[in-house]
Design a protein around this ligand. Structure first.
Ligand SMILES: Cc1cc2nc3c(=O)[nH]c(=O)nc-3n(C[C@H](O)[C@H](O)[C@H](O)COP(=O)(O)OP(=O)(O)OC[C@H]3O[C@@H](n4cnc5c(N)ncnc54)[C@H](O)[C@@H]3O)c2cc1C
Length: 288
């Protein structure tokens, strides 16, 4: 596929809703996210306030949304978008494995849990990375630390261990990681800071320091300002208008990423609005 009409980043309720509406409007869409849709929805024990679906569990809602996507022939591209670049009349989406192009983009990436660590942003690209798949080759035969915010990051650490001499894995969740590779060491601790010392990256935990050549910080989402250069944000959120436009023409946002309340129904409504606005934008683009 060459250039898509609309790329949707994120497969939570906002992204799924945007994808269904855009597809319904006959647009070619690229839906980027994960096959299990959203860690937050899965973790929801019982959702009591979703219209028409009383008492539905998060897992049931994910299943229902996946079935709906399949019925509409919408595929999920399992990728992590690391950057979105506005190129004038289209966008380039840099992912871990590939680069994609779309005329309009809807960001539905959810809100990043917690704050950036001190030193994280300042050292990005200089001993701190957000993408193991992209940067692993740079650390062949070296030592790497992986700060994993969800269990799915264990795959990234296992992949890294095939390239790096040693991997220190710091899980920021309660489940116990299991690795087959003998060069991965699991270290428990609360991350406090990342700093560079003598050309090494130091991950400071509450009770020790982990020194290696790079720290991979692997979260489900990155802060929107880092994702899109020039995007106007307010704290952790993207500034949007009522029709979900951002300050960048052709770029829209929906769901938790635009601010609270953090609710499924709000995310779904905003995804729908963002898709309709993106369709209008494409019509304007075609008239120019
Ligand atoms: C325990 C719990 C219980 C909850 N209970 C309720 C409830 O009862 N009722 C209710 O209304 N709400 C509830 N919520 C809140 C609700 O889950 C959220 O408001 C909703 O999931 C937000 O949807 P979203 O689409 O904006 O983002 P999310 O659901 O967070 O989805 C964002 C998606 O984007 C993906 N993504 C992020 N960055 C990238 C990237 N760079 N590249 C590719 N993909 C990316 C993520 O992996 C994720 O799949 C609950 C939340 C939690 C955690």
């Amino acid at each position: 596929m060459g250039r898509y009409d609309i790329a949707i980043v994120g497969t939570g309720p906002a992204g799924v809703s945007a994808a269904l509406t855009a597809k319904n409007r006959n647009k070619s869409i690229l839906l980027i996210g994960r096959k299990d849709l959203s860690n937050k929805v899965i973790k929801s024990h019982k959702i009591l306030n979703y219209p028409g679906l009383p008492d539905i569990t998060g897992e049931e809602l994910v299943l229902a949304m996946r079935e709906h996507l399949a019925q509409m022939d919408i595929e999920i591209t399992e990728e992590q978008v690391t950057n979105v670049y506005a190129m004038g009349d289209y966008f380039a989406l840099q992912c871990a494995k590939e680069m994609y192009e779309a005329s309009a983009v809807i960001l539905a990436t959810g809100v990043m849990p917690g704050k950036l660590l001190p030193g994280e942003e300042a050292n990005l690209g200089r001993g701190v990375s957000y993408c193991a798949t992209c940067d692993a080759a740079l650390y062949k035969g070296k030592e790497a630390t992986v700060l994993g915010y969800s269990q799915k990051e264990e795959d990234e650490a296992a992949f890294l261990s095939e390239v790096a001499a040693r991997v220190y894995y710091v899980p920021v969740y309660k489940e116990e990681p299991e690795f087959a590779a003998s060069n991965i060491e699991v270290i428990r601790g609360v991350p406090k800071e990342i700093r560079r010392d003598d050309n090494k990256s130091v991950l400071v935990l509450n009770d020790r320091e982990v020194v290696s050549d790079v720290v991979f910080v692997l979260r489900d989402s990155v802060s929107p300002g880092q994702l899109v250069p020039g995007l106007e944000t307010e704290g952790a959120h993207i500034r949007v208008t009522r029709d979900m436009k951002t300050n960048i023409a052709g770029l829209f946002a929906a769901g938790d990423i635009t601010g609270d309340p953090y609710q499924d129904a709000k995310a779904v409504g905003e995804g729908n609005t963002a898709a309709i606005s993106a369709v209008k934008y494409l019509a304007e683009l075609a008239r120019k």
